[in-house]
Structures are given as C-alpha cells and as structure tokens.
Write a protein that binds this ligand. Structure first.
Ligand SMILES: *Cc1c(COP(=O)(O)O)cnc(C)c1O
Length: 444
C-alpha cells in the first residue's frame, strides 16, 4: 500500500497517522435513495426480518437456559437511557456543546454476554445450531425451541465444535451460548484479551487458546484450525454475514424504544448515533439496520481509538481489509481491548462505504475519564472500549470537518436542538468488581 500517497493527499489521514484525535467525514456517503437498490441485493430488509424472527423462535430456549432473560421473555435487549447529568458534565469538562437529548444505548448491559456481541455472536451460534438440527430432522421451525435444552439435543450438538478468534467479548458471547447448547467450543484469543475474560470462559468449560500476536493472527489460526475439522464451524468476524444480521436486528428494536419514548425521527428531528468500532461488524450491522429504517434522518458515526483506527483507514483509503494500522506507523495497542483490530472487516468496510457519515477518534486516556464521568454522574459503568462512544457527541460541534458535515446535512442549530444523539455503550456488565476498582482509578 502506498502509504505516502495517502498521507500527502489526505490531511485527515495525516492526522490519523500522527495519532491525533480528529473527526473524519466520509466522502463516499450517499443519500439513501442512491443506495437502496444495492442494499436489497446484499443484505435485504427481508434478511434482517428473518434474523429477527429466528431470535423470536429461540426466545423460549434462551429463557429456559438463561433465567436472567425472564423479564424480556427470552429476548436479549438493552435499555435506552437518558443521561442528562453526563451530557452536562461532558459539556463542562471538555467545553464542548452537545445539543438535543443525549441517550445511552446500554448494550453494555445485555444479558448473557454483557456486550454488544450478545447480538451478533449469539445470533450466529443459534443460526448454526438451527441449521444443523433442521438438516438432521431433529427440529422443525414450528417446534417449541425449549426442546433444545433436552439431553438428546445436547448430545447431538456435542458432536460438533464451534471456533472463533476474538479480542475477548466475541469469545464470551460465542463461548457462553455454544456451551449452553452443548457444542464443544474453542476460542482463539489475541494478546489484547483481558485475563478475566479468559478465566470466565474457562470456567464455562470453553477451551481458550492464547496467542502472543494480535487479533488478525488469532482469527487466522482459528480459521485454519477449524478448516481441518469437518465437524467444526468457524465464526468469522472478518467476513460473517450472519454476525452482521444479528447486529442489524437492533435497529427495529431501537425504533420501538424510541416510539415508546415518543421520540420522532424525521427531517426536523435527526438521530445521530456513535458506535465504537473494532473490526467493524457490530457497529456496521447496527448502523446498517438503522439506515434501512431511518434512511437519511439517521447519521451514523463510528468511534475508534487513535491507536487503532482500522475501520476509518479501510474506508478512507478504499483498500478495505488490506488496510492495516501498522502500515501507517500506528501500533494498534490500545486500552480499548475490544477495539484492537489492526485490519478491518472487508465485508463491513465495503457495505458501509456509502452509509457511514464519518468517524471520531479518541485518545486512550480519555476512555478512563469518560468511564469515571459516567460512573459519577449516572452511576452506570461501562468498559473502556465502550467509552469511546463519547468522543462522538463531544466531537460533533468541535471539529471543523464535522461542523461542515452538519452544515451540508441539514443539521442546523434548530434541528440539532431537536435531535437525539445516542452514544452506543458496547460492553461492561461482566467486568468483575476488582477490575472496576482498577478502571476507576486508572489515569494515563
Ligand atoms: C467487539 C466490540 C466492539 C466493536 O465491535 P466490532 O465488531 O469488532 O467492530 C465495541 N465495543 C466492545 C466493548 C466490543 O466488545
């Protein structure tokens, strides 16, 4: 890759390579009527609908296997919370202006996996289990899926292995759900993965294989290992459409929550969403789903650490999965362990090229500051990776480029005043108590 060329031609990429916090506005964004037809060909509304239906079929099983989901009837869904005290505190602390209402989508608190991976990761395992059981004639879509918890079904799944490469949270979601169904599970963990995540998985009977290298290596090894075994299935975070679909289901459910809060989204009431990105799958799937529903009235921004802005580079250079932060002199080592993916998903960077509004990058030290501010103002705890989301609302009216975006996309003083901004919290619930003590005291 001719890195020098990108550095010379694109001042934002120059800033990115200098590891400066910045806003990047996506020049490839198109109006939704330009992308609609293409979307229907690649990941259609019907595909997302089908994924939502599948999750409903599994609700009875999930409710049985995970009593914590009793309240939501076996659906894994998170609250959408107002955080006015945090909004005010961010404005005071950083001298930024955050118009409209700031909400927190608390995927940090999703049942079972405690992160946004409870959407895509769990969905893909369920889809695989259903495919196997249907093909073997052991299940029919009209059945009550609680039968999946019975011993003979567990014995059936025990013949098969599920494998995944992960920085931590994807491994948790795949590992916990696969183990609950009876699958053998191997999780290939990158060096960035936190110890407590490995410990938790091992306690569930999951085989954890550790690598000295980064995430891409863990994925490559996992894929290789799985390909050698015909009874093994590999959840491929860099390519999987099923993961993407699981994430995309979030959009319709969010729409319902907004409706219940009597929040309208239209030309005069824009929705602005900020989601932390690692390899891009989770934020990509969620954002894609939101664009399908709200079209041009939703503005989707990703946030990434200055130490690992791989999705940004993948889209900005249009080199997709070939982009690698190391080529730009960036280490990829970040406190945001869930976002430490040196190369992005080729599938997601392509499909989001015309839908992503832009990105905000954030320095590692800020992640802990945001973590403390949210804890102090709202008594909500989310993990460092998750905290990257706040770079969005703080950055929107701060950078020249994002101000320019507002100007050219009808985000005026008036419409912004009526807007809803959502910081998408992506993980936190499973963090052990003693680790919170560390996080809350950590200053970089
Ligand atoms: C995985 C993860 C993300 C980003 O998801 P990708 O699919 O890797 O882009 C964000 N935050 C947390 C806490 C995560 O675990």
């Amino acid at each position: 890759m001719d890195v020098q060329k990108y550095l010379e031609e694109n001042p934002v990429i120059k800033k990115i390579a200098a590891k400066e916090e910045t806003a990047w506005i996506n020049p490839y964004l198109l109006a939704s009527d330009m992308t609609d037809a293409m979307c229907q060909l690649v990941v259609s509304d019907a595909d997302i609908e089908d994924a939502g239906e599948r999750l409903k079929r599994f609700a009875s099983f999930i409710r049985t296997a995970f009593p914590e989901t009793e309240e939501t009837g076996g659906l894994i869904e998170s609250p959408l919370a107002e955080i006015p005290a945090m909004q005010k505190k961010l404005e005071e602390t950083y001298g930024c202006r955050i118009p409209g209402r700031l909400l927190l989508k608390m995927d940090s608190h999703l049942a079972i996996a405690g992160s946004i991976k409870a959407r895509g990761g769990i969905y893909e395992v369920l889809k695989h289990a259903e495919d196997l059981a249907l093909a073997a004639g052991k299940l029919h879509v009209e059945d009550d899926y609680t039968k999946l918890a019975e011993p003979d079904m567990r014995a059936f799944f025990a013949q098969y292995t599920v494998q995944v490469g992960s920085t931590g949270n994807l491994g948790l979601s795949i590992g916990i759900m696969s183990a609950a169904l009876g699958f053998k599970v191997k999780v290939h963990m990158s060096a960035d993965a936190r110890q407590w995540k490995k410990d938790l998985l091992r306690s569930k009977g999951v085989e954890v294989i550790e690598y000295e290298d980064d995430y891409s290596k863990a994925v490559a090894e996992g894929r290789k290992n799985s390909d050698l075994d015909p009874m093994s299935y590999f959840v491929d975070d860099e390519k999987s459409v099923n993961l993407f679909l699981g994430y995309a289901v979030a959009a319709k459910r969010l729409k319902k929550q907004l409706d219940e809060m009597q929040i309208t989204v239209d030309e005069n009431h824009p929705l602005i969403v900020y989601i932390p990105a690692g390899v891009g799958g989770a934020p990509g799937g969620v954002a894609y789903g939101l664009k399908r529903i709200f079209k041009d009235h939703v503005h989707c921004f990703f946030t990434e650490p200055v130490m690992c802005p791989s999705v940004l580079l993948g889209v900005a250079t249009q080199r997709f999965e070939e982009a690698n932060v190391h080529d730009f002199g960036i280490s990829g080592m970040t406190e945001a362990d869930g976002l430490a993916c040196a190369s992005p998903s080729g599938f997601v960077t392509r499909i989001m090229t015309n839908q992503l509004s832009g990105e905000f990058t954030v320095a590692d030290a800020k992640l802990y500051d945001y973590l403390r501010l949210l804890n102090d103002t709202e008594q909500i705890r989310i993990e460092p990776s998750s905290c990257a989301a706040f770079a969005g609302p703080c950055g929107l009216l701060h950078y020249e480029d994002s101000l320019g975006y507002c100007e050219s996309h009808g985000l005026t003083e008036e419409t912004l005043g009526q807007s809803v901004q959502i910081a998408w919290a992506t993980g936190g619930r499973l963090v052990p108590e003693e680790i919170w003590d560390d996080y809350l005291e950590k200053h970089l």
